[in-house]
Design a protein around this ligand. Structure first.
Ligand SMILES: [Zn+2]
Length: 269
């Protein structure tokens, strides 16, 4: 049955499909973006998952949360359980670990992952997640969408997919994270309210991220080399290499030096 199932993606190669099946994938955030990713990974053939989300399905999520239905809102289903049910519906033999908490409260399972997807809300969360992945030499894929509106102009919808590889340029190197952005976010923390989130950009970003992951694991395109920083432009429906990547000059990442890996060492005073 399994061979039959993946017939139409046999260009990934037998070994490629095996690598996908063996990969332990971490999913942090199972909202609008993470839900799409979970679902797609199950179809692609991923078998081993570590999932984190502290939230429950709510009515205000149903505009975008593809893993949940109205009954989940009524029952208050945790998002990690909604994702697990969806994954097991496609891959009954999959192994799905669910953590209904922030990953920082149970970091050990995340550190064991071969690949981590981050679908989180804030720059600060992204920085922490990337730092953890760097320390444990885990490729990290970040997605997010945003909507900006100035004056009477139509809103501008954007988003990003970033692949941050150990030893490669990080999200600071690529200019996606800056101290200024982090500072501004910290200053308005708690006052901003919920940012706009809708289903279709999350679908594009999640699909793009899954594509990056599959290519990373199987090398089917033989062209995924170097950093990935893709910019989604919702107003014209395009995904293109971000201008900052085009101008990225390369060089070693100064933010996560190669000697700072593994468990942090604590010195006895
Ligand atoms: Zn860096």
């Amino acid at each position: 049955m399994t061979n039959e199932r993946f017939l139409r993606q046999s260009f990934l190669g037998e070994s490629g499909q095996e690598v996908i099946g063996r990969c332990l994938v971490g999913l942090v955030g199972l909202g609008g973006g993470g839900g799409h990713i979970a679902l797609q990974l199950a179809h692609v053939g991923f078998m081993n998952y570590v999932t984190y989300d502290a939230d429950f399905a709510e009515d205000s999520n149903l505009n975008r949360l593809v893993i949940a239905i109205e009954a989940d809102v009524a029952a208050g289903t945790p998002k990690v359980e909604a994702a697990k049910r969806r994954i097991l519906g496609v891959r009954g033999a999959a192994h799905v670990e669910t953590y209904r908490c922030r990953w920082q409260e149970r970091p050990e399972p995340l550190r064991a992952c071969d690949l981590v997807f981050g679908c989180v809300d804030s720059f600060a969360e992204r920085r922490e997640l990337e730092a953890c992945c760097r320390r444990y030499l885990i490729p990290y894929i970040d997605i997010g969408m945003d909507l900006h509106q100035a004056g009477d102009e139509p809103p501008v919808m954007g988003g990003q997919v970033i692949l941050s590889m150990p030893n490669g340029p990080c999200m600071f190197c690529l200019g996606y994270l800056t101290e200024e952005k982090l500072g501004r976010e910290a200053a308005r923390y708690g006052a901003a309210g919920g940012r706009p989130q809708v289903v279709w950009p999350n679908g594009v970003l999640a699909s793009t991220a899954v594509g990056v992951a599959v290519d990373l694991l199987t090398d089917w395109s033989r062209s995924l080399r170097g950093p990935v920083y893709l910019a989604y432009r919702g107003n014209d429906g395009t995904v293109v290499p971000h201008p900052r990547l085009v101008h990225f000059r390369g060089g070693a990442c100064p933010h996560y030096p190669p000697d700072q890996v593994g468990d942090p060492l604590f010195k006895r005073l």
